[in-house]
Design a protein around this ligand. Sequence first.
Ligand SMILES: CC(C)(COP(=O)(O)OP(=O)(O)OC[C@H]1O[C@@H](n2cnc3c(N)ncnc32)[C@H](O)[C@@H]1OP(=O)(O)O)[C@@H](O)C(=O)NCCC(=O)NCCS
Length: 321
Amino acid sequence: MDLEDTAARLGVPVEDVERVHRLAGDRPSAPLPAKADAPAILDRLGVRPDDAAEIMAGWPDADSPLWTPELRWLLDRSIALVRADLGGHGWLVPGPALPRERGLAWRHLYGYAYLALVGVVRAYHRDHGIADTVSWVTLADLGRNLAVDRRMRGEGWPVMQSWLTLHVRGGLYELGRLQHQRGDAGTIDLHIPDAGPLTPEAVEASLDEAREFFPRHFPDERYTAFACGSWLLDPQLREYLPEDSNIVRFQRRFELEPYEEPDGLDGDVEVLRFVFRTLTTPLDQLPRGTVLQRAVVDHLKAGRHWQWRRGRFPIPPRSTV
Ligand SMILES: CC(C)(COP(=O)(O)OP(=O)(O)OC[C@H]1O[C@@H](n2cnc3c(N)ncnc32)[C@H](O)[C@@H]1OP(=O)(O)O)[C@@H](O)C(=O)NCCC(=O)NCCS
């Protein structure tokens, strides 16, 4: 197989194709579900009707003209690449960021990979005794991300395609309000899905659930702290938000690590991503409907910057997991 030619046809750097080739090797892929079953599965995965319709229309049928040999190769090897790390819980790039405007196969390739991996991770969940409800709620983050992708007109997808590999490798679980990512060094990493207000009660209930969940389902792993990396932990937000806002109350749980200059994650970009769901709209055209939206724009217009911060807090000793 000619990797240079494949890269050229895919419109991506050859190094990205070499990486897929290297990591996937000839490891096993996994089949997509039967097309007839797909609508019901997409529904369980929280995929909205407009996204589901696109996914069905671009389905990689054996005779589909939308699927060139290079796209079929990438789909198959990307599934193998992610599957090879089943049980892993680090961020994983499943393959090159594609020129998604070229068509439905290009647009949803990593979505089809996710569908193929649902069967694989469902078996992994069963092996770990994880309830069906937790399994499906966790996997339904696909639908939420596709809806955000639509809102963001594709701008956010390169991050999402890596993010969604956590779910299908068994690295992350949605327990109530928060998503909990298994981590190294005894740390559970918390993520906050876009799913309504972040009330202290909902956060507490989710943390309680995690304290039970991890020792039961991953008895060989020992967790002593919750951690989080987020724009939500930027202490500058307190200059603008009331003390009783959910974000400020969430912040109070954490002991912050010292601020480091961004090494990849730019606070300004992440704030725009999560508060406005756009990375390119000029500041003057952004909505000013909430106190946070006004704060974000005024802060940036003043020449200041937002910070991506990490913090942690111990899991109380009596219930150390
Ligand atoms: C985290 C989140 C649930 C907090 O929302 P919340 O519980 O309403 O937070 P607060 O009570 O602190 O809100 C304070 C103010 O900021 C506004 N606000 C909070 N998050 C907002 C957001 N993402 N976009 C716009 N406004 C927001 C609220 O509407 C409120 O303003 P108002 O009084 O004028 O209505 C919300 O920001 C969200 O859904 N974010 C997307 C997911 C995310 O950022 N995850 C973390 C990724 S690292």
